[in-house]
Design a protein around this ligand. Sequence first.
Ligand code: CA
Ligand code: CA
Length: 145
Amino acid sequence: MQEVKKFLSKNDEQEIVTAIKTAENNTSGEIRIHVESESEKDAYERALEVFQQLEMYNTEQRNGVLIYIAVNDKSFVICGDKGIDAVVSENFWNTTKDTMQHYFKKGNFKEGIVAGVLKAGEELKAHFPWQQNDEDELSNEISKG
Ligand code: CA
Ligand code: CA
């Protein structure tokens, strides 16, 4: 989508992809980012929809995580698959959310995403450590809608 370019430059995107790779060196969990300007739907509902569209359930341990961001709506949702939900507490993502919010409030959009991705990787590590035979099950590229 054209509009997303206003929020993220090519370099920003590259930095985010690098952060995803770094995070996934710590955990078998798979992190994806979806950015769009706004959504007519409730952000959480929309995040679940994107999760399905990106077929993020296609992981062996069901440990995909989508960070959904609607920029103009100033909303974001962290949406983990059921393999994660099964082993973590309800407020598991709060530290990641807080980290992102901290940067977003200051208008540091890219920094917030990078920090959120890295934080999510650290949090996942305890439950889903990286393994020798790890595969990159879900693309690291940013999805834009
Ligand atoms: Ca992986
Ligand atoms: Ca990946």
